[in-house]
Structures are given as structure tokens and as C-alpha cells.
Design a protein around this ligand. Structure first.
Ligand SMILES: [Zn+2]
Length: 384
């Protein structure tokens, strides 16, 4: 099981000149692709107007490295073509902006040199690319990683960085025993109940501030109402951040029921659901889990409330339907186990998560897609 993240590392300034030369080549290829595509769509003759594929573009630029004095290497020429075609498709235009190499121009395009998987090699604190040994500040210990595709990027101060995707093996952090994984049942009364019996309920703040909010609303103090709303939102966000961080630190696998918050928000429980901020909680768990190589999965929670987590039966004594909503504790008449309604549900979610893990279904789903090289985002999520 694996996931991919992008590392951003600063390149030593002495390589700026070589980088700029390569960036100029990339710009030339880009502009050639831009012009060729545009002409193909706008020529005044009987020949069909065609959208060129990345493959077409690669054929058209195949001789660049030999004939046009391009120094950047055939692979990067190809990657530039691919990126151009992808961008054009997304833009739904016939033409993209030119890439400007003149540093004095106000339209100057910050240097960008994409590379394919396998084009970058790491050795003794340096990376080797296109025949160059490039020194960098290795803040991540690159030798630990398998380097994939990425790009070199210039910032507005003329500094250069390499953004490179690396594979992170989730297997490194195997689940030692049952206690290292957790099932989470999301509910209306208690926001999250855990299979180990714990729970998380940040909604109390809202209740406490609700009175103040009511008073302010009746007095029509708009500023005050806004301020209270903002305060509630902040407190809730903080609490959820703290809780999700702690959960990810403590567990190697986290399974959450796939309750549909939107469907429930349409019912009379709307306020509670909104209050509970399930999606914030789930999303944070998800991205923090990916970042820390923790397995995260949403599992089908159908019947998780009604099934006995001890014997797996659907006993007659289970909490059923609307009438069952009020039942907090129940006893399984099949095996005699006494259940807290929500903890039982969380245990069933955990068991289903484990079953899927054993079935190997998670392998393909825990991956995070590789970002396009030029859209590389560094670890903190900051857009370059
Ligand atoms: Zn039972």
C-alpha cells in the first residue's frame, strides 16, 4: 500500500544560470506547441482542422534536441508537450498564454522545467538531472525516497526549487494489534463515538453560546451576532483539529461510517448535523491520515447500530426504526452482551474496516493521486 507526496527542496543558487537556460528551452517548446496547435485550427485550406494530441506534439518536437540546440533533454521536451496538451484541454481554449523568457518583461514567466519519472537521480547529497549535478538543501533526506516525476521551479526572487513526487510506503507502519486501529460512529447526540468506548463532542460550545446568540439576535445586534458566530466556528474548528491530530497520532488505521450528512441535514435534525460538523471532522482525518501514512477508510455503516458487535447477530432486542432512536443501551438476547448503542456501532464499523483490509480492497483506494508536476504543492499544502 502506498501513497504519494510532493517534496519541495531549495536548489543552490549557483545553478540558477543552468536552470534558466533549461527554462528557456521549455518555453520555446511550449510556444512552438501553442503556435502549431493554433495554426492547425485556423488554417485557410481544405485540410481538416485538428486538435493535436500529446503524441502528435512529441513527434513534431522530436528533433528539437538535435536541431534547435535544445539542451534540456528529450524527456523534458516530451513532458512539456504533455503538459501543454493537458492544460489546453482544461482551459477549453484554442490557445494558451505564451511563456516569456525575457526576465525584463513584465510578462516574464517564472522558470519551469518539468521532468518525468526516472529523470532525476539522487546521489551523495546531489541530484543528477540531464547531465548536471545539482546541489541542494536536502531537508527531507532524499536518499530514503524513490523519486518520481516533478518539476524545477523558480520563485519571484529568482530562487530555484525542485518539486518532486515521492512514494511513501504505508506498509512501514503496520497495525501492531487491534488497539492500534479504531472505528468511529458519527452521531447526532454525540458527534463521534469510538470503538474503544471514548467519544468526542464539541457541540457543547454551541449550546453554551446559543443563549448569548439568542439575546443578541433579539436585540438585533448584528455585529455581536456575527462575532458570536465567528467565535463558535473557531472554537469548533480548533477542537476538531486537536481531536483529529490526536486520533491520527494514536492509530495506524481509522475507519469511519459513511453517514451522509447532507441527507440528514434535510431532516429536523438539521441543526445538530450542521453543528456537529461531520464533514470537517472526516476531511481532516482523511488528509492527516494521508500525511502520516495512516490508513483511513469510510465503511458502509448500514445496520451497524442494529448488529450485535459481540456475536454478529441481528437480535430481536436490537434498537430498530424510529422507536429505536431513543434507546441508548440494549442487551443482545442471543449472546447476552450489554451494549452502549453508539460504542456498539463503532465496533461494527471497526470490524468491517478490518474485514476490508484483510480482503485487500484498501490497497488501491488509500492512494492519493499524483499532482501534475507544474501544480506541485509542497507538504504544507502551500501553492508554489
Ligand atoms: Zn450478541
Amino acid at each position: 500500500m502506498e501513497t504519494v507526496k510532493t517534496l519541495k527542496l531549495r536548489i543552490k543558487d549557483k545553478h540558477a544560470k543552468a536552470m534558466l537556460a533549461m527554462a528557456r528551452d521549455v518555453n520555446m517548446v511550449w510556444n512552438f506547441a501553442n503556435e502549431t496547435q493554433y495554426r492547425s485550427l485556423n488554417r485557410y485550406c481544405d485540410r481538416p482542422k485538428t486538435w493535436l494530441s500529446a503524441y502528435d506534439m512529441q513527434k513534431l518536437t522530436a528533433g528539437f534536441v538535435k536541431c534547435e540546440g535544445v539542451v534540456v533533454g528529450a524527456q523534458t521536451v516530451q513532458e512539456t508537450c504533455e503538459e501543454f496538451v493537458t492544460r489546453l484541454k482544461h482551459a477549453k481554449k484554442q490557445k494558451l498564454s505564451w511563456r516569456v523568457s525575457n526576465r525584463k518583461s513584465p510578462k516574464y514567466s517564472l522558470g519551469w522545467v518539468p521532468f518525468k519519472k526516472g529523470a532525476l537521480k539522487y546521489k551523495d547529497g546531489q541530484i543528477r538531472f540531464n547531465g548536471l549535478n545539482i546541489g541542494l538543501w536536502d531537508s527531507y533526506g532524499l536518499s530514503k525516497y524513490e523519486l518520481r516525476a516533478g518539476s524545477f521551479n523558480e520563485d519571484s526572487r529568482g530562487r530555484w526549487y525542485v518539486n518532486v513526487a515521492v512514494k511513501v510506503d504505508v506498509e512501514e507502519k503496520r497495525i501492531p494489534d487491534g488497539s492500534a486501529s479504531i472505528g468511529i460512529d458519527l452521531g447526532l447526540k454525540t458527534m463521534a463515538t469510538y470503538s474503544d468506548g471514548g467519544s468526542f463532542n464539541p457541540t457543547r460550545w454551541y449550546r453554551a453560546s446559543e443563549q448569548k446568540l439568542g439575546i443578541a439576535q433579539r436585540a438585533n445586534k448584528k455585529k455581536r451576532v456575527k462575532a458570536i458566530h465567528a467565535k463558535i466556528a473557531n472554537q469548533r474548528k480548533d477542537a476538531i483539529h486537536r481531536e483529529t491530530s490526536a486520533l491520527v497520532k494514536k492509530h495506524a488505521a481509522i475507519f469511519v461510517g459513511n453517514v451522509n450528512a447532507q441527507a440528514l441535514a434535510k431532516t429536523s435534525m438539521a441543526k445538530s448535523v450542521h453543528d456537529a460538523a461531520w464533514s470537517m471532522f472526516r476531511n481532516q482525518l482523511k488528509y492527516k491520515a494521508i500525511r502520516h501514512q495512516v490508513i483511513f477508510e469510510e465503511v458502509n455503516e448500514a445496520f451497524s447500530t442494529q448488529t450485535c458487535s459481540s456475536c454478529g447477530a441481528l437480535p430481536d432486542s436490537r434498537p430498530k426504526g424510529i422507536a429505536g432512536l431513543g434507546i441508548r443501551d440494549w442487551t443482545c438476547i442471543d449472546c447476552g452482551a450489554v451494549h452502549d448503542r453508539d460504542v456498539n456501532a463503532a465496533r461494527n464499523i471497526l470490524a468491517r474496516g478490518h474485514a476490508r483490509l484483510a480482503g485487500g480492497i484498501l490497497g488501491s483506494r488509500a492512494r492519493e493521486d499524483v499532482k501534475r508536476p507544474s501544480d506541485a504543492i509542497n507538504e504544507t499544502g502551500e501553492q508554489k
